[in-house]
Structures are given as structure tokens and as C-alpha cells.
Ligand binder design. Structure first.
Ligand SMILES: *Cc1c(COP(=O)(O)O)cnc(C)c1O
Length: 395
């Protein structure tokens, strides 16, 4: 039974465990809300991307049920065969109007949107200038494109301009950045990056996964936040975070979207979003268009929570958004902290290498519009108690 050709797998797993980098997964038994049941225990949810509480919103669920009953459970084919339902077209039109772009195209996830798009924009003789902290799906999309990838210093337009000028010998040039950086919560200086792109003749793509539903008027995202409508060539977004459903999209000029419909491989070779998901995302955007109530509550909650944690002496890094990294540095200590929080009824997961740097371990706390003040206060008290016990803070 000792299969020697696979023995490296156990070695690999053992190595991860001994380094404290081995991840475990808790199982949730309820909808994604403030109070959830995890591994049989009732806890407060402080680690979801469900920023606006839309994942269990009754209006959105109704739209999904109606679509499911009208159109069935699956789209039945890829978009170019018979998998383009009228719901897909409606959602694409809606996204374009919400983002104030000419057109939009749907993908099965944000991850696939990046994998689909980057290889359509650039290839072998081209170059990508990529923020050093960009998301894994951007990194993989860059690899698939076969273009040369040159990383620039995180959120640093001066370094970006420098590396562009140092590398003139390429055909097409593309700058890619996350809009909001998911592990630190800081916002890319997109206006300055846009100016560098203009000056140097680079195409510009932004991944707005954590900006959608969070930044800008009624959650329109980072381009709206900076007043850059129609100026960012490619705006990528997800339907799975603030919008609460699943799926991804690209919004931009008509000809770019048209080319993605011709050449985006996940669009051509993977079945389209289900009717229920599509209708749910449409309803989520309708809600945002008609009211900014959820977005406001999200920000009020985030500001309150972050102020209290900073007062306690926790290091929240450079966050400018509801993403709240409580940076503890050491991976094992961070996992222990998260375990103690769970024992006190607070679910906030440890983020460790390779998601962040080896010495950048943190508890990533996500505040949401679904939290009430009592939930926030309970979490703040737990952080204070454990932080003191573990010697992380000195109050
Ligand atoms: C979550 C995320 C994605 C992937 O989006 P999904 O819709 O979950 O696949 C891509 N980019 C960034 C920056 C993200 O945070």
C-alpha cells in the first residue's frame, strides 16, 4: 500500500503543518448573516465578503426563486451555443448602466473574468505592469497571457512610471491593479495610475472586486469614487462579494467587450451563470440603484469598529475601507488568537502565508451592513480580552 511515487504529498502536508501554514475549514450550517452556526456552535460572523447582507436578502432570494421556476436550474450550454438567456443580457445591460460604461460581459466568477480577459488584451510580445500585491486571479491571468510581467511597488505610481520607462521594448502595454487590496483594505491611487497610463500609452485595467457595492455613489465602485468614468479601459468586478451572489464581469468600451465575447475562453468554453444567480445579481443592482442605505450602514459600522480597535492599541495597517486587518505578524500566534475568538463566539479567520507574507499574519475582520451595534461591541470586547491575555496589547 505504500505508494512511493505519491509519498511527497504527505511530506508536503507535514511541512505545511509544522510551519503553521496548514489551513482548516469550518462548516457553516445557516445563511450568511451576522449570527451563524458553525461546526454546531452559534457565533458572530466577522469574516464574510457579504458587505451589504445581500447574500440572504429576501427580495434578492425572491428574484432567484422566480427565475429558477421560470427558467430552470441551469443555463444548459455555454453562452455562444444556447446558453445566453435573456436574463444574462438584462444583467449585462444593467451592469453597464450601473458602472456608467458602454457595455459589460458576464463570467462565471471574478476569478474567471480575470483569467478570460488578460490573455485577450496581451500576449507574447507584450508587457504587463502589475502591482506587487495584486490578487491571485490577476497573477494567474497574467501567466496565461504569456506576456512579460513586471511588478511595480505596491500602490506606487512613481515606481510604476519608472518601470514603464525602463521597459520600452514591448508591443502592447497593460497596467493592472486591484482597486481595493483585499488583505490590507487600502485603495489603489487610481487617478495617479490613470495619469501614468495616459502619459505612457498603457492600457489600464482595475479589479474592483472589493470596491463594488462599497466605494462610490451607491456602491458603483472605484472608478466612480475617483470620478474616472469612461477613463479606465477595463473594469473587472465580482457579483460574489457585496452583491452577495456569484459571478464576475468586465465593464468597459463596446469594442473591448465585443472582443471578449469573441475570444474570452471561459465565455466560450464554460457554461454560463444559472438563471437564479443571474436574476439575483440583477435584483441586487436594482436595490443599490434605488437606495444607498446598506452602503451607508456598512461604512458606519466599519468606522465604529476600527476606531475602537485602534483605541485598544491594535495595528490595523493602512486600511481605508471596511476590510479590517488586525495584524499580529506571527502565523501560530494569529491562529491561536482566532481560535480563542471562536471559543468566545466570534468567527474571524486567521490569514496566513501564502495568502499574505510569512511575517504578515493577521486576523482579517470584515464588518458588514448586517451587523448591529451589539454585534460590534461583543467582538470589540473579545478582541480586548484576548489581546490583553496574549500580550498583544497592553491595556
Ligand atoms: C475575490 C476576488 C476575486 C475573485 O472573485 P470571485 O468572484 O470570488 O471569483 C478576484 N479579484 C479580487 C481582488 C478578489 O478579491
Amino acid at each position: 500500500m505504500n505508494d512511493t511515487k505519491l509519498s511527497w504529498i504527505d511530506d508536503d502536508l507535514e511541512l505545511l503543518k509544522s510551519q503553521g501554514f496548514y489551513k482548516t475549514f469550518r462548516v457553516v450550517e445557516t445563511p450568511n448573516e451576522a449570527e451563524i452556526i458553525v461546526d454546531g456552535k452559534k457565533v458572530l460572523n466577522f469574516c464574510s465578503n457579504n458587505y451589504l447582507g445581500f447574500a440572504n436578502n429576501s427580495k434578492i432570494k425572491k428574484a432567484a426563486v422566480l427565475a429558477l421556476e421560470t427558467f430552470g436550474v441551469g443555463a444548459g450550454a455555454v453562452r455562444t451555443i444556447s446558453g445566453t438567456n435573456k436574463l444574462h443580457q438584462e444583467l449585462e445591460t444593467k451592469i453597464a448602466s450601473f458602472k456608467k460604461t458602454e457595455d459589460a460581459i458576464l463570467f462565471q466568477s471574478g476569478f474567471t473574468a480575470n483569467l478570460a480577459t488578460i490573455p485577450v488584451l496581451v500576449s507574447e510580445n507584450d508587457v504587463i505592469f502589475s502591482d506587487e500585491l495584486n490578487h491571485a486571479s490577476i497573477i494567474d491571468g497574467c501567466r496565461l497571457s504569456k506576456a512579460t510581467v513586471i511588478r511595480y511597488k505596491h500602490a506606487d505610481p512613481k515606481d510604476l512610471e519608472k518601470v514603464i520607462l525602463e521597459n520600452p521594448d514591448f508591443s502592447k502595454k497593460l497596467i493592472i491593479t486591484d482597486g481595493v487590496f483585499s488583505m490590507d483594505g487600502d485603495i489603489a491611487p487610481l487617478k495617479d495610475i490613470y495619469e501614468v497610463a495616459q502619459k505612457t500609452g498603457c492600457m489600464l485595467m482595475v479589479d474592483d472586486s472589493h470596491g463594488e457595492g462599497v466605494l462610490g455613489e451607491n456602491g458603483r465602485g472605484i472608478a466612480d469614487h475617483f470620478g474616472l468614468h469612461g477613463m479606465v479601459d477595463v473594469e473587472m468586478g465580482t457579483l460574489s462579494k457585496a452583491l452577495g451572489v456569484v459571478g464576475g464581469f468586465i465593464a468597459g468600451k463596446k469594442n473591448i467587450i465585443d472582443l471578449l465575447r469573441q475570444k474570452g475562453r471561459p465565455f466560450l468554453f464554460s457554461t454560463s451563470l444559472t438563471p437564479a444567480d443571474t436574476a439575483a445579481a440583477s435584483e441586487a443592482i436594482s436595490i443599490l440603484e434605488s437606495s444607498d442605505e446598506a452602503v451607508k450602514k456598512l461604512w458606519d459600522n466599519a468606522k465604529y469598529f476600527q476606531e475602537k480597535l485602534r483605541d485598544l492599541g491594535f495595528d490595523l495597517g493602512v486600511t481605508q475601507t471596511p476590510i479590517t486587518p488586525v495584524i499580529l505578524k506571527d502565523a501560530k500566534l494569529t491562529q491561536e488568537f482566532s481560535k480563542k475568538l471562536f471559543e468566545m463566539g466570534i468567527l474571524a479567520t486567521a490569514i496566513i502565508y501564502p495568502t499574505v507574507a510569512k511575517d504578515g499574519a493577521r486576523i482579517r475582520v470584515m464588518t458588514s451592513a448586517f451587523h448591529e451595534k451589539k454585534h460590534l461591541d461583543e467582538a470589540i470586547a473579545a478582541f480586548a480580552k484576548i489581546g490583553t491575555e496574549m500580550g498583544v496589547i497592553s491595556k
